[in-house]
Design a protein around this ligand. Structure first.
Ligand code: SAH
Ligand code: MG
Length: 210
């Protein structure tokens, strides 16, 4: 990975340890020449720098999706709240201005397209992707909804990456782990694992439900 982008990614606010970001980069580098990369959960653009660096290296594109209003656990009073991300005009969370600045700083404005909206609504109109990275809402309903909406969009032979997969409940919430199990059950095949990142490959031919 381009060392300047690797250094920038580590400075951006967010939730992506560097070792996991590098594993994400490697997966994206494998997929980016085959079709578009899609990320659910841009936040301030930390993981988008790893994915976008891989897309840029092969002339690909990353679509990064977020409504920028924060997940449940990011609202005021919750564990992952950051008061700096509250828009004083509306009193609501807004991470979009920081995402835009991150993409400018990274020189990735041509490579990374920010899509602002609800991930499931967007999926309903989305054709397909060479890699889908799920890192949006981590609650039971949002995580399963993202899996159901986006797993079918992964091209045959394409990759599905899931963040915050914790086999031991002591380490974190269940839903990302549950959707990883669902993916295995649906026929996806393990491709890479690093920290809480899991990357799976969709078989070239398999059940139509995938
Ligand atoms: N990938 C980021 C972290 C993402 S945090 C990083 O590297 O730091 C999860 C993000 O998912 C939040 O910004 C939240 O606004 C977004 N999100 C949650 N539910 C969503 C939904 N239904 N549609 C779009 N974005 C959603
Ligand atoms: Mg995460």
């Amino acid at each position: 990975m381009n060392p300047e982008l690797a250094a920038l990614a580590q400075r951006v606010k967010g939730f992506m340890p560097h070792n996991e970001g590098l594993a994400l980069y490697r997966a994206a580098a494998e997929a980016a020449s085959q079709g578009p990369l899609v990320e659910i959960g841009s936040y301030c653009g930390k993981s988008a720098v790893y994915l976008g660096a891989a897309a840029a290296a092969s002339g690909g594109v990353l679509f990064t999706i977020d409504h920028h209003r924060g997940s449940e656990e990011m609202q005021a009073g919750w564990e992952h709240h950051d008061a700096e991300l509250v828009d004083p005009q509306t009193g609501r969370m807004d991470s979009l201005p920081i995402l835009r600045q991150t993409l400018i700083d990274a020189g990735l404005e041509e490579t990374v397209v920010a899509i602002v909206g609800d991930s499931v609504t967007i999926a309903a109109h989305w054709p397909s992707a060479a890699l889908v990275f799920i890192d949006g809402g981590h609650g039971e309903a949002p995580a399963h909804a993202d899996y159901e909406a986006w797993a079918p969009k992964v091209m045959p032979g394409g990759l599905l990456a899931i963040h915050d997969v914790f086999p031991d409940p002591a380490d974190g919430g269940r839903p990302p782990y549950e959707i990883w199990l669902r993916a295995l059950d649906d026929g996806f095949i393990g491709f890479a694992a690093e920290g809480s990142l899991r990357v799976l490959r969709k078989p070239v031919s398999g059940p139509a439900s995938l």
